[in-house]
Design a protein around this ligand. Structure first.
Ligand code: UD1
Ligand code: UDP
Length: 377
């Protein structure tokens, strides 16, 4: 290892951050002469994070173990700012790297700003323009956007949103989204050895699978209840199909979903699926119904029609390209649009064929190369 190698502190806390930073960590580790990363888990998530880190073989150098069952946004934010500040103080990194829009990102950005440490923000510039949707993620991203040094925008649209906020063009690069790097690597691996998943999911055959996820805070209550109502209607209307829903561990999700959908023959409620498992399930699906950010980016890459159960999305590219449909959380609307896609022969579904706008699998390389040119040891 060279003594002139830069030392970025790569901070992650939740499932999607780990998935999207795994290729960045791998890229750093392939260039140890130039970059020697310190990986810090805030532990905002526990089991769902461990699943991903295990799959990608990442052992954090620092684990802050912050998750509390039913944690509050304030409690987590306060603990995270304090704990990350101490890690920065003891490790003295040359920069921090954060990804996306979680509390981990916002709190780490605040801590690094106060310590005057440069911030590389991966997946920068996503905006709906509405602080209530997604809540609180739109706020988290904007906070990171105020203080970041390098804004790694996944798309041209995201870069333009940053310019509109006054970010200098020289501080923005369009890199693509690292989720595509992770997805392509994983899909190739799982397609080559599908037997364990075929055995675990005998129902996932003959294009009979509808994959569902839902966990957004702004959908808690009525929205989530409507989504579950729609799944229930669809399961009844399409008894030959299997509806598979790996349920997020947030008690505000798990409780209502289990209550609304438990005990139905063709609705399968599962614990969160490991990443390779979930990628395989997406690959087998006929239709995906989700409010997830990451899944909106992945489905088009796999050529899967996706209905987005949100009123607004900060990822408009797939909708504009005809690869995703924003259906909101109205029960009737979800049922109608899902039924439309389920009745359409796959070959005739345009959503399965357009080109994915989120990346080409090279985002991590671009990000690390840019970081190396901007950050000094
Ligand atoms: C968080 C992010 C959200 C992201 C999502 C990805 C914030 C404010 N929210 O939401 O942007 O889309 O992660 O999944 O940062 N829990 C467990 N085990 C786990 C993970 C969560 O039991 O491995 C339970 C705990 O009770 C925890 C609760 O879920 O307190 C909420 O976790 P939290 O990270 O605060 O919010 P998410 O809804 O997961
Ligand atoms: N995912 C997973 N297992 C699941 C559900 C999702 O591995 O049971 C993956 C999915 O492929 C995507 C990421 O988790 O890469 C999205 O995470 P999530 O929906 O929790 O968060 P968001 O992207 O909405 O912030």
């Amino acid at each position: 290892m060279s003594t002139s190698a830069i030392r970025p502190l790569i901070i992650l806390g939740t499932r999607p951050e780990a998935i999207k930073l795994a290729p960045v960590i791998a890229e750093c580790r392939s260039r140890l002469e130039d970059v020697n990363p310190i990986v810090c888990s805030t532990g905002q998530h526990r089991e769902m994070l461990a699943q991903v880190l295990g799959y990608f073989g990442i052992e954090p150098d620092v684990d802050l173990k912050l998750m509390q069952p039913g944690q509050s946004l304030v409690g987590l934010t306060a603990a995270c700012v304090e704990a990350v500040d101490q890690v920065i103080g003891s490790h003295r990194p040359d920069c921090i790297v954060v990804q996306g829009d979680t509390t981990t990102v916002m709190a780490s950005a605040i801590a690094a700003f106060y310590r005057r440490v440069p911030i590389v923000h991966v997946e920068a510039g996503l905006r709906t323009g509405d602080l209530d949707a997604p809540w609180p993620e739109e706020f988290n991203r904007r906070v990171a956007g105020i203080v970041a040094t390098c804004h790694c925008a996944p798309t041209i649209g995201a870069a333009e949103a940053l310019y509109r906020e006054g970010v200098l063009e020289s501080a923005v690069r369009v890199t693509g989204n690292t989720v595509i790097d992770a997805l392509l690597w994983t899909a190739e691996k799982e397609r080559a050895a599908p037997d364990r998943w075929k055995e675990k999911y005998p129902m996932a055959v003959d294009q009979s699978l509808v994959l569902v996820t839902g966990h957004r805070r702004e959908n808690f209550g009525t929205g989530l209840s409507n989504i579950c109502g729609a799944i229930s209607d669809l399961a009844e209307g399409f008894p030959e199909l299997q509806f598979l829903y790996p349920v997020h561990l947030n008690p505000n999700v798990r409780g209502p979903v289990t209550e609304a959908l438990g005990g139905r023959g063709n609705v399968h409620l599962l614990p969160p699926a490991s990443y390779p498992e979930f990628v395989w399930l997406m690959d087998q699906s006929r239709l995906i119904i989700t409010d997830s950010g990451g899944v909106q980016e992945e489905a088009p890459t796999l050529g899967k029609p996706v209905l987005v159960t949100r009123e607004k999305t900060e990822r408009p590219e797939a909708v504009e390209a005809g690869l995703a449909e924003l259906v909101g959380t109205d029960r009737v609307q979800i049922v109608q649009r899902a039924a439309f896609h389920l009745r359409l022969p796959q070959a005739k579904n345009g959503m399965s064929h357009a080109e994915n706008p989120y990346g080409d699998g090279q985002a991590s390389r671009r990000i690390v190369e840019w970081m190396l040119s901007e950050v000094t040891a």
